[in-house]
Design a protein around this ligand. Structure first.
Ligand code: FMN
Length: 176
């Protein structure tokens, strides 16, 4: 089973990338985990969409081959980061990359609400006619994320780890 992890941050120091590493460490013996190269996605431009750059062709291939998508979003100014919105705009055009894909939404912020507002916006976006994805019923908000993961993706908080495991186990079961 192929699980594509899209992390909505292009920073090497990203706290959400640490969550992505946790998934890779804990699940790569059970499923095939692929990390989506968000930093490679160019800015959406209608002028080039009929002859899209190689990175967009590759993006569509990655989504086509994914059985399910885990989308880990940061929260920037109460919404998802622009880099993630930009990728979803590409995904809504031409061959609809996320059509009917089941997406497990989660995210971590340094604040107290753990990307709740960003996730609420992301769910709306994913379910627009253009993007056409399906949202998995369980979501996870990781608050004070900077205190809960090492750079290598080890989780320092037992209760966060418990929720991540339950969420991912249920997601894999839902994908059949
Ligand atoms: C431009 C910007 C806006 C932010 N806005 C929010 C916000 O609205 N809510 C929040 O909880 N944290 C906010 N933060 C703090 C982020 O939660 C924190 O920087 C987090 O580590 C970002 O995720 P990342 O490290 O994966 O990029 C903001 C950070 C930046 C850089």
């Amino acid at each position: 089973m192929n699980i594509l992890i899209v992390t909505g941050s292009i920073s090497e120091q990203s706290n959400n990338k640490k969550i992505a590493r946790w998934f890779e460490k804990n699940y790569n013996d059970k499923v095939d985990i692929v990390q989506f190269p968000l930093a490679s996605i160019p800015m959406y431009n209608m002028d080039i969409e009929n002859d899209p750059p190689a990175e967009i062709v590759e993006m569509r291939r990655l989504f086509r081959e994914a059985d399910g998508v885990v989308m880990i979003t940061p929260e920037y100014n109460s919404f998802i980061p622009g880099v993630l919105k930009n990728m979803l705009d590409w995904a809504s055009r031409g061959e609809i990359a996320l059509k009917n894909k089941l997406v497990f939404v989660l995210g971590g912020s340094t604040g107290r609400f753990g990307t709740l507002l960003a996730q609420t916006g992301l769910k709306v976006l994913l379910q627009t006619v253009g993007v056409g994805a399906r949202v998995f019923s369980r979501q996870i908000q990781v608050d004070r994320v900077h205190e809960k993961f090492t750079d290598d993706g080890d989780c320092l908080d037992a209760s966060t780890e418990k929720y991540l495991k339950r969420g991912m186990d249920e997601f894999i079961a839902a994908l059949g």
